[in-house]
Design a protein around this ligand. Structure first.
Ligand SMILES: [Zn+2]
Length: 260
């Protein structure tokens, strides 16, 4: 039994306005959304002996009962949001940060009160001062006042099982995480490695701060992790969210669904 779970929030189109519009590939026509990217959104939950780890927090959408979707999805798996001990943030774009905070009945509280929120200091500073529609300052205000914010710099470890690594690429101070628990090595590359297909093509993303750096990082993460059997977590994965490398008959590594 693998100890990582996708907290899938849905499929969306995003255009230059940076609004995430729900998109159902079965009924909606992609041509009706010109100039859009189509993405899935998967925050991840990892189970450990001392509590839960969250990798990014989703869009902050709410259920019809006005519950934060990420809370709902954690409970659906049989877990309690109060047991989340670490919220690992790759970066602070709004499709990753919406669930950091719970806005309800006109008041705002931290969504995971028992957790340390691990954020790169440079990312925090850039996000807070940016006027880009990719960031939601009202979310950061709540986190700043909460006492749950832990700013980190460069690379290091959070505890014996969690390491962070400043990798830039997608944003100037984007970070990746290595989580070694239950005999697995989970790798969360955030938006430097958002989809599995990007491991297998020479792709330079226009939406990246430094697309070449992201591309070079992906090559490194695959060359290092595939032979070691890292489990890869793809935040925007469509075909696959949690992938495990497997050597095929041609002696090449491919990815298979790690949850099966
Ligand atoms: Zn992003």
């Amino acid at each position: 039994m693998i100890q990582a779970y996708s907290l899938y929030e849905g499929s969306f189109s995003v255009d230059a306005s940076k609004k995430f519009v729900p998109f159902d590939p079965l009924t909606d026509d992609p041509k009706s959304r010109p100039g859009s990217l189509f993405v899935h959104v998967h925050p991840f939950l990892i189970e450990t002996s001392y509590g839960l780890i969250l990798c990014d927090t989703g869009l902050g959408n709410r259920t019809v009962e006005d519950e934060l979707l990420i809370h709902h999805n954690i409970k659906k798996l049989g877990f309690d949001p109060q047991d989340v001990k670490y919220v690992l943030m790759s970066h602070l774009h709004k499709d990753h940060t919406g669930g950091m905070v719970d806005f309800r009945d006109g008041s705002a509280r931290i969504a995971f009160p028992e957790a340390e929120y691990i954020i790169q200091r440079g990312e925090w500073e850039n996000a807070y001062t940016s006027e880009s529609p990719s960031y939601r300052t009202e979310v950061f205000d709540v986190l700043q006042r909460s006492g749950n914010l832990v700013l980190v710099e460069g690379e290091g470890s959070v505890n014996n099982e969690i390491r962070f690594e400043l990798n830039g690429g997608h944003t100037e101070f984007h970070q990746a995480f290595h989580i070694e628990v239950g005999g697995e090595h989970f790798f969360f590359g955030g938006d430097v490695l958002p989809e599995p297909e990007e491991l297998f093509k020479n792709f330079i993303a226009k939406y990246d701060f430094d697309g070449r750096s992201s591309r070079d990082s992906r090559i490194k993460y695959w060359n290092e992790g595939a032979p070691k059997g890292w489990v890869y977590l793809f935040y925007h994965g469509k075909s696959l969210a949690i992938g495990r490398p497997k050597r095929n008959e041609q002696d090449k590594y491919i990815l298979i669904d790690a949850t099966l």
